[in-house]
Structure formats: C-alpha cells, structure tokens
Design a protein around this ligand. Structure first.
Ligand code: UD1
Ligand code: CA
Length: 460
C-alpha cells in the first residue's frame, strides 16, 4: 500500500489577523505545517503534497529550511491560485495521484495530528471505500456534520451553512482528514460541483458520491478532539499550544523528570533529560536542549540550544544560549551565558555574570558581577567581583587569554588583546593593558595617600 498524504494549506487564515501565513504560526516553537509534515513523514511515504496559496514562497522557504527530520525532497509543492474550496484544493494535486495509492487528506493547520491516527485512518480503508476522521463535539458550530442513516451508516457530510435544523443537532463532525484510494478520489473530484451556499467545491461531497456508487463510507472517531482540532484564530492557537505543552510535560514525567508544575514549563523544541533531573517552575526550553543526570534547574530560566552536563545546578533566572556546560557546574542566579561559550567541569558562574564566546576552564570561578567576552580561561582561575574583559575597541573584538591558577583581584579591567600568564595575580582595581607575566603579582593602581591634619570644609 503506497500512502500519499496531501496537506491542505492554502487557506488565508484571516482570523489570525496576521501578515504571516496561518500555517507558519507556531505551536511549541514549530510552524503548524511542520508538525503535520512530520506526522506524515513518519508514515511510510515517498512523497507528500502540500497545497499552498497565500504567502506560498514564505511558507516553502520556512519549511524547507526548518529542521525536518526526513528529507525535504519528499515534499511536492502545489499552488492553488484561488481558494475555491477543499475539493478544488485537492484537485490541484490530481496529476500526482496514482490510481493505486491510498491518499490521506490532512490539514496544515491541525498541528496535533498523530502519525498513529493517520495510519489507522488508512488501514480502515481495507474495509471501506472512504474513511473520514470524525470527532464528537459538544458544540459542533461551524463544522461539517456527519449524517448517518437509521442503520448508522454514513450518508453524507453537510456543512454547517448548508445544514437544516435537524442536521444542526448532530454532534459528530468532520475533522477534514479522510483516506481514499487514488482512482476513486480522482473520479469523485471530477463530479463535485459548487452548488452550495458558499459556491465552493466541497471535498466533503465525496462522501455522498461514494454512497451513491454503492461504496462504503466509514468513520474513525478520534478519541481526543484536540488531536484533530484546527487553529483558525489566536484563541485556538493558545488552546492548542497549552495542550501541546501538557503533552510534552507528561512525556518528561514519564521519562522520570521531576516537574514542580506541568502547567509552568514550555518546551519550544526538543528537551532531552537524563536521570533524576529536577525542573522548577517557569522555565522555557528552546531549540535542542540536553540535560545530564541529576541536573537541577531552578525557576525562571530560559535555556536555548544548550548542553548541560551531569550534576549541574542552574540557579534562578539564568539565561543560557548556545553553550556547552560540562559536569558539576554552578550557574547563576541571574547569569547570562551567551553563544559559543564552553564551561568546563566544576566551574562556577555566579550572579550577574555575562559570558560570551569564551572558555571557562575546569574548576574556575567567576562568581559575581563580571563580563567575560572572547576569553580563553585556564583551570582553577578565580575572577574577582566586577572584573571586565574589555574585548571591544569600538571597531574590533579582541581576545583575552588567562592561564591556569590565575587570581584576578576585584574590579579589574583586562584590556584586550591581553594575556595573563599561569599563576599570575592581578591586584584589585587594576587596568591591565600589557601582558601580565606568569607567577608574578601585577597591578596598576595609583598609590594610596593620606593627608595628615586635613580639615573638612566648613559651611560659610
Ligand atoms: C472544513 C470542512 C468541514 C470540517 C472542517 C474542519 C469542507 C467543505 N468542509 O470546513 O466539513 O468540519 O473543515 O475544520 O471540506 N483550504 C485550501 N484551499 C481552499 C480551502 C481550504 O487549501 O480552497 C484548506 C485550508 O487551508 C484548511 C483546510 O483546507 O487547512 C480547511 O479549510 P477551512 O476553510 O478551514 O474549512 P472549513 O470551511 O472550516
Ligand atoms: Ca478550519
């Protein structure tokens, strides 16, 4: 059985009130369309058609550069120039539909759709001519109603706008996802007419056409309506976002991670966590984040594209972006670790410390109020409070090199390019502009002076 998913994504999405095409709006940091593509790619498929319309170039560009697990070559982009309905949309893909293929129609704005549901939909076709994914909604307003005969057999789908009073009472509705054989689908598409209140070519008319031919139309009822729910506006988007985040949180709990509150964690990407990891409230993980065993993340951190080793403690309100932190490090509170930073094991980065594009050596400590940028730091270094690497001359960035076991006194400035040799000590309050030799004490400080017998000025 060759599966051929066709994803409808040409709709305008006016209700989002956005200049971004609807299917590029994100759930969990990933465009909705990409969620659907990935669910389809996990089926055994050679190609996936995407029917695009509004903002087509932007959609293709974002999706093609997005991190799709499988190859982007499987995607066939087909333009629907005018949006004349779901039936018209599918008809655009006609020349790609093989007679023998099992076509799965999916919507690009239904991000929580699962591979397993798509696969069950296709498998049900073994005993049917057409299979429709349906859900039972307490409030079916706006949806196409599944009309069944007294024996319970599906007869047609009637759109809300075309439904009579009796049909409006039906709570089983069409999700839009269907499966059918290529040959049948192409024949029905040719017979669909826009004779309805909206003047559109309804894909849903395939149901009545199949029944008329004596075919069997079956339904797969989706247990969790959220999995088949489309996003048409920002209200639905946030509802689906929260549902997605709840699913992510549940997966973490199942994997043995401690979360203090499943409603106060956001994963916009992929979070991998080792054993006995503990995550406090209000943390946001973006991109690819990997946490080692026994990592503790206190509250309020934003961690993006980072790798954090075993036994690390990330204290409250720290921001870590594109960094590698080895085992047993202490970060924060209120630390900012910027891209291209490599913090080696047993190191400490304390409060109000910013590190950019630097290596912090094994066991080194930058405990308070410092800026370390473009720096290569050795092992067991101690950086005093308020130390600044002056890496920028207003035009270019320069390197600071600090050897092993260096002690930098508080409130020092290292004016790059500059180097401090192994075992050197820098006196507090120094401005270092030349090489500080290994093993020596270097300081630049005006001599302290006391004026004896000096009198305070008196008020006149
Ligand atoms: C459609 C179904 C309805 C179902 C509902 C579920 C039809 C006629 N109606 O209604 O039974 O209950 O979905 O949400 O199929 N699209 C195109 N090109 C078009 C029109 C739509 O690509 O010309 C795409 C949209 O981008 C969207 C999907 O098809 O992803 C559904 O379109 P939408 O306008 O939301 O359909 P509804 O009228 O809500
Ligand atoms: Ca819709």
């Amino acid at each position: 059985m060759t599966l051929f998913p066709i994803i409808l994504a040409a709709g305008q999405g006016t209700r989002m009130r956005s200049s971004t095409p609807k299917v590029l709006h994100t759930i969990g940091g990933k465009p909705m369309l990409q969620h659907v593509i990935e669910s389809c790619q996990q089926l055994d498929v050679d190609k996936i058609a995407i029917i695009y319309g509004h903002g087509g170039e932007q959609v293709q560009q974002v999706i093609n550069t997005a991190n799709i697990t499988n190859n982007a070559e499987t995607l066939v982009w087909i333009q629907q120039k005018e949006q004349k309905g779901t039936g018209h949309a599918v008809a655009q893909a006609e020349s790609y539909i093989d007679d023998e293929a099992v076509v799965i129609i999916a919507y690009g704005d239904v991000p929580l759709i699962k591979t397993e549901v798509l696969s069950r939909l296709a498998n049900k076709l073994e005993e049917a001519t057409l299979v429709v994914l349906t859900v039972v909604q307490d409030d079916p307003t706006g949806y196409g109603r599944i009309v069944r005969n007294p024996q319970g057999k599906i007869e047609s789908i009637i759109e809300h706008k075309d439904a009579n009073q009796e049909q409006l009472e039906i709570k089983e509705v069409n999700t839009g996802f269907i499966a059918a054989r290529g040959r049948d689908l192409k024949r029905w598409l040719n017979d669909i007419t826009p004779n309805n209140s909206q003047g559109e070519y309804y894909l849903t008319d395939c149901v009545a056409l199949a029944v008329k031919e004596g075919g069997i139309v079956d339904a797969l009822i989706c247990d969790d309506p959220l999995e088949a729910e489309g996003v048409n506006d920002r209200i639905q988007q946030v509802k689906i976002e929260r549902a997605y985040q709840a699913m992510q949180a549940k997966k973490l709990l199942e994997a043995g991670v401690t979360l203090y509150d499943t409603d106060r964690i956001d994963i916009r990407g992929k979070l991998e966590a080792g054993k006995d990891v503990c995550i406090d409230v209000n943390n946001i993980f973006i991109g690819k984040v990997k946490l080692g065993d026994r990592v503790v993340i206190e509250s309020g951190c934003v961690i993006k594209d980072a790798q954090i080793g075993d036994d690390c403690l990330v204290k409250a309100n720290s921001v870590i972006d594109s960094a590698i932190i080895e085992n047993n490090c202490d970060i924060g509170p209120f630390a900012r670790v910027r891209p291209d930073t490599f913090i080696k094991e047993n190191a400490k980065v304390g409060n109000f410390v910013e590190i950019k594009k630097s290596v912090i050596g094994k066991g080194s400590k930058v405990s308070h109020l410092s800026y370390i940028g473009d720096t290569q730091m050795g092992e067991d270094v101690n950086i005093g409070a308020g130390t600044i690497t002056c890496n920028y001359d207003g035009v270019n960035k320069h390197l600071t090199t600090i050897g092993d076991r260096v002690f930098i006194g508080s409130d020092s400035q290292l004016v790059a390019p500059v180097s401090v040799g192994d075992d050197a000590t820098i006196g507090a309050g120094s401005t270092i502009t030349k090489e500080a030799p290994a093993g020596e004490l270097t300081l630049s400080r005006s001599k302290q002076l006391t004026i004896k017998g000096w009198k305070k000025p008196q008020k006149k």
